[in-house]
Design a binder for this molecule. Sequence first.
Ligand code: AMP
Length: 216
Amino acid sequence: MKNIVLMGPPGAGKGTQAKLIIAEHNLPHISTGDMFREAIKNQTPLGKIASQYINDGHLVPDDVTIGLVKERLSMDDCANGYILDGFPRTLVQAEALKKLTEEINRPITAVLNIDAPKDLLVERISGRRVCKTCGAPYHIVNRKPKVEGVCDNCGGELYQRKDDNIDALNTRLDIYNKDTAPILDYYAKEGLLYTFDGTIGAEKLIQEINALLEGK
Ligand code: AMP
């Protein structure tokens, strides 16, 4: 069973790899960041709570985020596997996730950690552009669309996330090191952790990830 958690600092390539894994294995992609951005766009009560935290690069409170993930993982489309991207981000979330996935009989089978040095993360995030419609990722230097500002896949408009500026990014990286990185030890002890080099390029990386997932 492929009940997968994708981990790594902002800019490591989680979103890109998640999309490639989905294309190969047909699993639902559960990105808490995407769920929050959708809620903000639709101005739902959840969006109103989340927006200020997100724009400043802070974490949305654990109880809100855990409730959201519990509801999503319980849905029918997660019965045959799922990819969690951007959750858990704190030890409290990791422990809650263990409990809730065991309760619904969908326990995590692998944690894929993508690692990359800070200078590369800063370069990737500060040049990142995202499609407003389908979420496809681009970069102003490394992955340009065919037509500037327009998504190759769906023709949607490309934009820069509000939290992809240097101040919010520094906050996100500090929070990652302080709150999120300790979860890696937790998963190593559980025997679930597989770490990948995020500097080798998306195509090579997905080959390595697929090789591991074949046995899962
Ligand atoms: P991401 O798209 O994964 O980079 O997430 C964007 C932002 O959404 C984060 O910087 C947080 O503000 C919020 N967020 C996403 N996932 C979580 C989480 N698991 N816990 C708390 N906040 C989150």
